[in-house]
Design a protein. Sequence first.
Length: 128
Amino acid sequence: MLRMATLLDKAQLFRSLHVPGKPLVLPNAWDGASARVVADAGAAAIATTSAGVAWSLGHGDGDHMTRDQALGAITRIAATVDVPVTADIERGYATDPDGVAETVRGVLAAGAVGINLEDTLRSVAEQA
C-alpha cells in the first residue's frame, strides 16, 4: 500500500490521473468502510457521494446535510485510505461564493484533494 506523505502529494497524484483520452474511474464511497473496500479493490482514487453520505446519516440527498456533517464524513473517508479523495459537496453548503470557499477550505482540511459542485447549479457566472 502506498503511503502519501502530504496532502500535496495526493493532489499531485490525483492531477496526474487526469489524462486526455483515458477517463478516470472514480468509485464512490459514503463512509470509511466503503472507502476501504474501494481502495482495497485497487481504485487509484475515490470520490465521495453526497447522496450516499446523506443517506448513511439519515438524510435525503440535495442539501439536507449540514456542512459539518459533510466535512465529518469526508474526514473519516480520507483518513481511512491512502489514495486521493475528491468530495461531492452538493451546492457547496453555502448560499454565496465566500461560503462555498469556506466549505472548500474545510474539504482540504478534511484531507480531500478535489471537489465537485452539483445539485441545482447556480448561473454559469455564479458557479464559476
